[in-house]
Design a protein around this ligand. Structure first.
Ligand SMILES: CC(C)(COP(=O)(O)OP(=O)(O)OC[C@H]1O[C@@H](n2cnc3c(N)ncnc32)[C@H](O)[C@@H]1OP(=O)(O)O)[C@@H](O)C(=O)NCCC(=O)NCCS
Length: 146
């Protein structure tokens, strides 16, 4: 397993993972390109046998005191192998490296595999953001204090 910084050359593989992982609330190719090449933060890809199997996007905001996990997705064929776990550990290490006191994220309240991954990693539910992903689609805001 190799986890490394993404480059523009990884865009196609990242788009494929995105499209097979999310239905409505998914990033477009150009949004993903922006996140890989320009956004303030880190965009990692995880390779298994030379093939990209997962990605993670985290953002740092100037006046925010937490590292925001903006998106994480694993190739559906590679789920349940703790690849998401490996990426969450990288995000945590990066937050510590930056001296930030916490990580934060939003997740759909119906997304139990993701909520389970976050809870296992010490994230606590902070509040419910109603209609965050559209009418009737609520988000759970979670935080992990370091
Ligand atoms: C959430 C996600 C990143 C977890 O990645 P992962 O590498 O499968 O993580 P893990 O192996 O640590 O497993 C996480 C949970 O998924 C469950 N799982 C196991 N095999 C699975 C499979 N084949 N398909 C779906 N979920 C599976 C696990 O049981 C585990 O839940 P548990 O702790 O209750 O047992 C992945 O499911 C995913 O890409 N989902 C779609 C995108 C998404 O929802 N991203 C989060 C947005 S906030």
């Amino acid at each position: 397993m190799l986890i490394r910084q993404a480059t523009r050359a990884d865009l196609k593989a990242v788009v494929n993972i995105e499209n097979s992982s999310f239905e409505a609330e998914r990033f477009s190719r150009s949004q993903l390109l922006y996140l890989i090449t320009k956004a303030r933060g880190l965009f990692l890809v995880l390779e298994l046998e030379g093939k990209i199997a997962a990605y993670l996007s985290v953002l740092t905001h100037k006046n925010h005191h937490s590292l925001r996990i903006y998106s994480i997705a694993v190739d559906p064929a590679r789920r349940g192998m703790k690849l998401g776990q490996a990426l969450i550990e990288k995000a945590t290490a990066y937050a510590r490296e930056l001296g930030l006191p916490a990580l934060s994220l939003e997740v759909n309240t119906e997304n139990s595999p993701a909520i389970s991954l976050y809870t296992r990693n010490g994230f606590e539910a902070l509040e419910i953001l109603e209609d965050y992903y559209g009418k009737g689609e609520n988000a759970l805001k979670m935080i992990k204090r370091l």
